[in-house]
Design a protein around this ligand. Structure first.
Ligand SMILES: C[S@@+](CC[C@H](N)C(=O)[O-])C[C@H]1O[C@@H](n2cnc3c(N)ncnc32)[C@H](O)[C@@H]1O
Ligand code: SF4
Length: 229
């Protein structure tokens, strides 16, 4: 089995403004023809798993044709989204119809702590969309909940996980599977210098309780931890 996976930033457009964002923001939407070409090339090389990211991939105006196309050639898709439109009917339909797995980012455990970096109103949209997706009987994709760790929230991991446990790992969740990802925010890429000063140093990250928590949760859930420092 080929375990390689592909990655395409299908758009650089995003209406959010996370201060630590390391994505390029200036190249607009990728042409759908180019996206389909890249998917074909991957498939021809035996790659059957592809991640679509951005910018905000659900803002790509051709997303409604890209997902069915990828599915038609047998590609399994993971869409990395900021969650702002995961509650929309189109987004919910596409995700369920084409078995799209979704990765969503949490920076905090409530609106105040999360929206500080992800933008006003994001927590509400993200959690409403995620709850709707989890309650759909016809959604069989995987959901990856990512916690972006920085010095402002490293002390909140327990509260974030308690919220996940309460809201998404309960009996009413009919989603196939929820996996967790702990990731340290990185200074790489297009981050505007001086705009965000809460990066953890390598030592702070390694000495935090994230690895203890990882071990505890990993016995009962699928958890990935990012060692990128
Ligand atoms: C650039 S975003 C694009 C997709 C989508 N807009 C989102 O926010 O999920 C892709 C992933 O990178 C993460 N990310 C953004 N800036 C980062 C940074 N400085 N270090 C590490 N991860 C970062 C986001 O949380 C998200 O999981
Ligand atoms: S991290 Fe995602 S949601 Fe935030 S500004 Fe970057 S692309 Fe947009």
């Amino acid at each position: 089995m080929n375990k390689q996976s592909g990655f395409i930033e299908i758009t650089s457009v995003c209406y959010a403004d996370c201060p630590y964002c390391n994505a390029a923001k200036d190249s607009g939407h990728m042409e759908p023809g180019k996206i389909k070409y890249l998917l074909d090339e991957m498939k021809a090389r035996g790659v059957s798993n592809c991640t679509l990211s951005g910018g905000e991939p659900f803002f790509h105006p051709d997303i409604y044709s890209i997902l069915p196309y990828a599915k038609s050639i047998g590609m399994n898709l993971l869409v990395i989204s900021n969650g702002t439109c995961v509650a929309s009917e189109l987004c919910q339909f596409l995700s369920a119809e084409y078995d799209v797995s979704i990765q969503l980012t949490f920076d905090g455990y409530n609106a105040e702590s999360h929206d500080k970096t992800r933008g006003a109103g994001n927590f509400y949209k993200l959690t409403t969309g995620l709850r709707t997706l989890c309650n759909r009987g016809d959604y069989s994709g995987r959901v990856f909940l990512r916690i972006n760790l920085h010095s402002g929230n490293i002390g909140q991991i327990d509260r974030i996980l308690e919220m996940f446990q309460r809201e998404y790992f309960d009996d009413s969740n009919t989603a196939a599977q929820i996996d967790l990802i702990f990731a340290k925010l990185l200074t790489s890429g297009g981050v505007e210098p001086g705009r965000f000063n809460e990066y953890l140093s390598k030592d702070e990250y390694l000495q935090s309780n994230v690895f203890r928590i990882f071990e505890a949760w990993n016995s009962t859930h699928n958890v990935k931890i990012s060692y990128d420092t």
